[in-house]
Ligand binder design. Structure first.
Ligand code: GLN
Length: 554
């Protein structure tokens, strides 16, 4: 039986980084707010089977879904906007498509036929596109095609869209996002790149149904009509996508442009009701009207590309907003931190977050930052490698375990306080072989984690190979670092906390993958709250010391 789900393909032209993911997520939000069940899929034209093996400098963070798929960071936006989990089926790469087709060819499934881009690769792309529709769970599926129209890599995807547009019983439209550049010297917004980009799509046989024009300045009168005329589109289907103060404004900007209504008209769907966006608007109000400011340091080694920590940065925004606190994130390169400069670099901070990561580079800077946070009682959140650094630091400096380390960085360490999980020992291949996705965890009563979550049974997403070595657990607990979160199935330590400290939590999992606009993550909420308390204490101390200085001078 053909699926009744309707599809919206989102393509991009002129340049990359126009924010297709945010436009797709914003449109999805509006349709969801009208009562439709919506999901978003990302098709990535690169040959990696998934982004799990990519260095964050390439495409930013790797986002992990509940079912353990390592995916493009746009899936993070989709979840944060929609508050609905995505899955492996929501992210497909060219690598995955080819791997599947080649495996089938080796099995002899093509019965002697020549295996070709058309129809075999395009058929497999179409099959993956339809998988989400066939679940019967969604009214509308938004499929974002990565890359820019005209790229060699994107061609099979555009061809698949062309074929689907002609397929009986397959209801779809194409939204094309382009750029209208502003020429400062002449003070003009130019539409020619958009016209060329649409021509390029037309050369591939695809007529876009809606155009979204990304622009720095409001489009002057007549621009929409001009673009409409040149691109065979009704003027009301030409949408202005104005640069926004925050990505969370975009759904409302799209609503002003009536993008949701244009889409529903084209798909022959009812408007149902006005979008229900009360919570969203409340979030935006709080975001823009903070009552307090705090500074949180994000210590990582990929900070040159902030997208490497996208979900963490967004989680901090969600958590701050919940408490009407504006968090200034101070990005600090872990390679820049050493024992001599640590207090200069970290003193201005109200909270310290040590980020996830892999490999040796910058590790000592992270460990030094943890030591500073622990000794100076600055609220601390360590995520994955950040939690492992907290364990290493405590081992070295409190338990006297000289050269304690993770066997990832120092295989011969005399104190392997973090070591390779049993199930990882025989694994030789890197792709998709970590401990990935959601696992249950039991939280100890009366811990900071328990206070935050307000419950004992939680589930969090993972992406790591190494873990706390339980051989040392008793030593740690005796001296004040306790395991307050444990996987009930295999006893793996999931959360550690330090006593006699205002707020010190290390999590082996990634809480940032589960924070959304409407449901900020409890650990981030409490971390930001603790940082706000620290900020008031710090500010009152420094204003006292200022008074003292003044007194001394007078
Ligand atoms: N490199 C560490 C591990 O594999 C931590 C991973 C992470 O921070 N995501 O266990």
């Amino acid at each position: 039986m053909p699926s009744s789900a309707k599809y919206i393909f989102v393509t991009g032209g002129v340049t990359s980084s126009l924010g297709k993911g945010i436009i797709a997520a914003s449109l999805a939000k509006l349709l969801q707010a009208r009562g439709y069940s919506v999901t978003i899929q990302k098709l990535d034209p690169y040959i990696n089977v998934d982004p799990g093996t990519l260095n964050p400098y390439e495409h930013g963070e790797c986002f992990v879904t509940e079912d353990g798929a390592e995916t493009d960071l746009d899936l993070g936006h989709y979840e944060r906007f929609l508050n609905v989990p995505t899955s492996q089926a929501n992210n497909v790469t060219t690598g995955r498509i080819y791997q599947y087709v080649i495996n089938k060819e080796r099995e002899g499934a093509y019965l002697g036929k020549t295996v070709q881009v058309i129809p075999h690769i395009t058929d497999e792309i179409k099959r993956r596109i339809k998988l989400l529709g066939n679940t019967g769970k969604y009214d509308i599926i938004i499929t974002e095609i990565g890359g820019t129209v005209g790229d060699i890599e994107s061609l099979p995807y555009i061809e698949a869209v062309r074929q689907l547009k002609w397929e009986p019983n397959f209801d779809c439209i194409v939204l094309h996002l382009t750029l209208v550049p502003y020429l400062a010297t002449s003070g003009e917004l130019k539409t020619k790149p958009t016209q060329h980009s649409v021509k390029q799509l037309l050369e591939s046989g695809v007529q876009p149904d809606i155009l979204a024009l990304r622009t720095e300045h409001r489009l002057p009168e007549g621009v929409k009509e001009k673009v409409a005329l040149f691109c065979n589109i009704a003027p009301k289907a030409v949408i202005q996508a104005l640069d926004a103060e925050t990505i969370y404004d975009v759904p409302l900007l799209m609503q002003e442009e009536e993008l949701d209504k244009v889409v529903l008209d084209k798909l022959n769907l009812d408007y149902k009701k006005e979008p229900e966006l009360t919570n969203w608007k409340e979030f935006l109000f709080k975001l823009k009207n903070p009552k307090q400011k705090v500074k949180i340091g994000l210590i990582g080694k990929y900070i040159e590309l902030k997208d490497s920590y996208k979900s963490i940065a967004e989680s901090i925004i969600h958590a701050g907003t919940k408490n009407q606190i504006q968090v200034e994130l101070v990005w600090i390169h872990s390679e820049d931190i050493d024992e001599k400069n640590v207090s200069i670099l970290l003193t201005p901070l109200d909270g310290i977050l040590v980020a996830p990561g892999f490999g040796e580079r910058g590790i000592e800077g992270k460990i030094t930052a943890v030591k500073y946070a622990r000794e100076n009682k600055v609220p601390f959140l360590g995520i994955c490698l950040g939690m492992q650094c907290a364990v290493i630091e405590f081992g070295r400096n409190v338990l006297g375990f000289t050269d304690a380390h993770s066997t990832e960085m120092y295989p011969e360490t005399p104190y392997p306080v973090i070591y390779l999980m049993e199930e990882q020992r025989s694994i030789t291949k890197k792709g998709g072989t970590m401990r990935l996705g959601a696992y249950p965890c039991k939280v100890k009563a009366d811990s900071l984690a328990h206070q935050a979550y307000g419950k004992i049974d939680i589930s969090e997403r993972h992406r790591h190979r190494y873990e706390f070595n339980n051989k040392y657990l008793a030593d740690y607990e005796k001296q004040g670092m306790t395991a307050t979160g444990i996987n009930p199935e295999n006893n793996l330590v999931e959360i550690v906390e330090v006593a006699n400290h205002p707020w010190f939590v290390g999590a082996q999992f990634h809480p940032e993958y589960k924070s959304t606009v409407t449901e900020p993550h409890p650990l981030f909420i409490d971390f930001v709250k603790a940082s706000a308390v620290q900020s008031s204490v710090y500010n009152s101390q420094s204003s006292n010391s200022q008074t003292q200085t003044v007194n001394l001078k007078s």
